[in-house]
Every structure is written in C-alpha cells, then in structure tokens.
Design a protein around this ligand. Structure first.
Ligand SMILES: *Cc1c(COP(=O)(O)O)cnc(C)c1O
Length: 492
C-alpha cells in the first residue's frame, strides 16, 4: 500500500470508525454470538489475492462488530470502564502511522522524551511529589510483575546476580488482601515467590479493605519462622467493591521491615486527577508518626489511564521512587544497542524499566488525549460518574428488598435484591439469575462478584458516554428482571 492508497483507504476507515462509534447506543451491549460463531463465519484459509477495503469493512460490520461486547456502550456497567476516547484513538493511530521503534533512546529520542514528559504531566496532575518517576507499561498486570521483580531482588540483595532464588536459604514472602486483583497473585507467582509464600489476608467485613492487624500478624509470624517479607501489594480500589486499603497504616507496618510497598490503583488512579480524592493514597509520600518514627514513602504505584480516564489500551502508568532498582534487575546492554548516549548514561533507556525491548510510541495516546480533550473536561466527566454512582446508591437503598452491600467509595455500586425468604444458596442463585438475564437482554451489562462468600452485582459506572438516564435504564431493567426471577422462584 502506498501513502496515496493509504490516504484513500484511511479516510474510508476513519469514516467507518466514526459511524461505528455513533451507532453504539443502538446496539445490544452484550454480543449474542456463541463460541465458534465468529471463526465459523470466516474463511478457513487465507486470501491469496489482495482484496478491496470495502470487503473488509463489510466483514467488520457483519461479523466482527456483532461479535463484540460493546464496552464503549453508554449502558455498559460491567467490569470496570475501559474507555477509549477518540482523542486518544487519534494518538494510537499516529503511533501506528509513524511506526517508530523504541529500543533505546537513540532509536527514537522523541519517543523516550515524550514518554518522560507525559509521565511527568500525569505526576503533576495526580498530585504526586517530584520524587516519583514514571514509565508507560502495557498493563497494570505487567506493572505489578515489574514491581514484584524489583521487590524480590531488593529483599534478596540482588541474588539473581549470583545463584538466584534457588540459592536463598529462606523463602521470601508477599502480602496482599483477599480482594486484590487476580493480577497480584499472578505477578507474585511469575516472580517466583511460590504459592505457599503469598499471603492473601483477611479484610474488614464492612469496608472490605485489608485489615492492618492481619497484615502485622502475618509478617510477624513469617519473620519468627525465619522467612523474609519482601513485598506488600496495597489495593486502592479493589476489583469487587473498589475498597481502599489503609495505605498509611500499611506503610507504617512495612517500614519496620524494609518491605517493598506496591500500590495497585489500576482503576482508582483516575480519581487522583481530582484533588478531593487524593485521600485515596494518603501517606504515599511517607510521613513521621506522632512518636517520631520516620515512615518512608511507598516504592511503586501503578494505575491505568486505559480504564476510567479513557486513554485507550494499552496505557498503564508505573511510577517508582528509585528507577535504579528496576534498572539493576532488568537492564541489558547488548553490543547492537550500544552507542555514545547509552555508554554515557545521559538519557533514559526505558527498556531497562520493564520487560519488553521494543516499545510502541504509547505516549502519543496520552499526549493527544490530554491536549485534545483537556484535563478539566476529563475531571468533569469523572465527577459526573461519581455523582451518578451516589445517586444510584440512594435509589437502590430506598427501594424495598434492595440493598447497597458495600461502601460506594468511587463509581461502582454493589447491590443485591434480597426478597424476603431468600437466603444462602437460593439467594446466590437468584442474584446470578437476574444478572444473567440483564446481560442477555442486551439492555445493559453488570458483573456479579463474590464478597464475604455471597454473590453481589456490581454496577460500575464510568463509560465516557454514560449519562444519568443510561444508569437509570440499567437500574430499571435490573428491577424488572429481578422481580420476574423472584416470581418464578417463589414456591407454588
Ligand atoms: C484492572 C485491574 C488490574 C489489571 O489491569 P490490566 O491493565 O488489565 O492488567 C489490576 N488491578 C486492579 C485493581 C484492577 O482494577
């Protein structure tokens, strides 16, 4: 394809994307396809001759789009918002269009330096001190893995430069809440800690936040039994209920043992754009206790602009206090990447801050998003969603037989329909039945989750296009479908 052919096809494709986006509200939110439907509709062998773009666009319309959950739909309230603002899409297209290769500063100086600039902008916008240094990772899962690798090596005095984990005399341990995202134990497992050295700790029954007493007890037990605490992952905004672990208290406990503290704010990090929500990470900069004990800051913080804030996947920020901790563990300097700048160590080599060598120009996504949409408009949208969540919670609480079953810390409302006489497993079956009916209706999507051994349903507000009437429509469908399910369940 020549640039001139690209120009023509590109215009058509942009028109297609704009039409698709404009038409999302008219589509069912959840796709009705069954496993194998999409693959079955496609040729089983590749084309041998070039085709027209029109044929591709037709397949997008007829096969691909119907085979998608419409996560940009205004009535998608499942999982967490995964916004892909069109301003950031332009940045993504630009990244692909330029086709830069980030394997060293020298390979694309602007790629590295724009990433430094936007990470610095995001630091300022989220109220972090100048002591934090950021990089864009693909996802929060990767960010957490990188943090676990750095934590492991710091706790083990950089043992991978010698015999590695296999030469350690005592196991290293990791601590997190029972409600931490599945990415957290996965990162700890991949970093080699071993399942039996990962402590998933109990939480407060009301707030669902990590219980600091349980943390302290688990650490003391491990230390007494000769193990070495290496890392704590603090969840700021858990997946099920957006619970907020008490970071300051946890930092104070960690300080006594020199444990690496990683803050997983993948979802809730967007709220740090709002000064009134900076309490979420209170203590993150370190502090002095009333008894004069100096508590150091957290070691790393990860969050996803690709969720609620809306800078299209994959845009995950990882901030660390000491980048040299990452570099010591992950730097490589093969001869083919050496040059005067890398030898002089005068520029950032982002390959040393994470796992991949080749980097896309991801910073363009944030740059376009911030510049074209503007920070104040983004903040206004986040505040809209927070207000809609509070408004929904009030309606649910006022409705007979309905309950809000977790504190509404952010934009996610956890609810249950609890008609008289339904308890235990029968209540769970009812909860799953109406949630499933709602998802299959195509009207909206919600996500069930287990908290304290019982199913609840999360309504997670925050898609860019979601306005109050959309939330109301999901709530209204939930009420109707739950009433219908309850009727069917009632004994004759
Ligand atoms: C979404 C989420 C993750 C995983 O994010 P990815 O970027 O998809 O890897 C991890 N932790 C929390 C708290 C999350 O909300």
């Amino acid at each position: 394809m020549t640039p001139e052919e690209f120009r023509i096809a590109g215009h058509q494709l942009i028109d297609w994307i704009a039409d698709y986006r404009a038409g999302i509200p008219d589509r069912p939110v959840q796709s009705a396809v069954k496993p194998g439907d999409v693959a079955g509709a496609l040729p089983s062998t590749p084309p041998s001759e070039p085709e027209e773009l029109a044929a591709l666009l037709r397949d997008l319309d007829e096969i691909i789009v119907p085979g998608l959950m419409q996560v940009q739909h205004p009535r998608h309230t499942g999982w967490f918002p995964s916004n892909a603002t069109l301003a950031s899409v332009l940045g993504d297209i630009t990244s692909s269009g330029i086709g830069a290769l980030g394997i060293s500063w020298q390979s694309a100086p602007a790629l590295t330096e724009l990433e430094e600039v936007v990470c610095e902008w995001m630091r300022q916008l989220t109220g972090l001190s100048e002591g934090w240094h950021g990089a864009i990772q693909d996802t929060a899962s990767t960010g957490c893995l990188v943090a676990m690798l750095a934590a492991r090596e710091r706790a083990a005095d950089y043992v991978s430069e010698r015999g590695g984990l296999q030469s350690l005399p005592a196991p290293l341990t990791v601590y997190t809440s029972e409600h931490a995202h599945s990415a957290v134990p996965k990162a700890a497992l991949l970093a080699g800690f071993g399942r039996s050295n990962i402590r998933t700790l109990s939480t407060d029954p009301v707030t669902h936040a990590l219980d600091p007493a349980a943390l302290r007890a688990a650490i003391e037990k491990d230390v007494n039994e000769g193990r070495v605490p290496a890392a704590i992952v603090v969840s700021i905004g858990t997946t099920a209920t957006t619970a907020v672990d008490p970071l300051a208290e946890i930092l104070e406990i960690a300080a006594g043992y020199g444990i690496w503290v990683h803050v997983d704010a993948a979802m809730a990090g967007s709220a740090l754009l709002l000064p009134e929500y900076r309490w979420l990470v209170e203590g993150i900069e370190g502090f002095t206790t009333p008894d004069g004990v100096r508590v150091p800051p957290a070691d790393s913080l990860g969050w996803n602009p690709h969720k609620w804030m809306g800078t299209i996947l994959d845009t995950s920020l990882l901030y660390v206090r000491e980048p040299e901790r990452l570099i010591r563990v992950m730097s490589t300097n093969p001869s083919f990447l050496r040059n005067a700048v890398s030898d002089a160590r005068t520029a950032t080599e982002y390959r040393d801050w994470g796992i991949p060598l080749g980097r896309r120009f991801r910073a363009l996504k944030l740059w376009f998003h911030l510049r074209l949409d503007g920070v104040e408009a983004i903040r206004e949208r986040l505040r809209r969603d927070l207000a809609n969540a509070q408004r929904l919670a009030r309606l649910v609480a006022a409705e007979p037989d309905w309950n809000v079953v977790a504190p509404v810390a952010l934009q996610t409302v956890c609810i249950r329909h609890e008609p008289p006489g339904l308890t235990g497993e029968a209540l769970d079956a009812h909860t799953l039945a109406w949630a499933d009916a709602l998802n299959h209706s195509g009207v909206g999507t919600v996500t069930p989750a287990v908290v304290q051994g019982r199913w609840l349903v999360r309504i997670s507000i925050g898609v860019e296009s979601t306005e109050w009437p959309d939330v109301e429509a999901v709530w209204s469908a939930a009420k109707d479908l739950a009433a219908r399910e309850a009727n069917e369940r009632r004994p004759e």
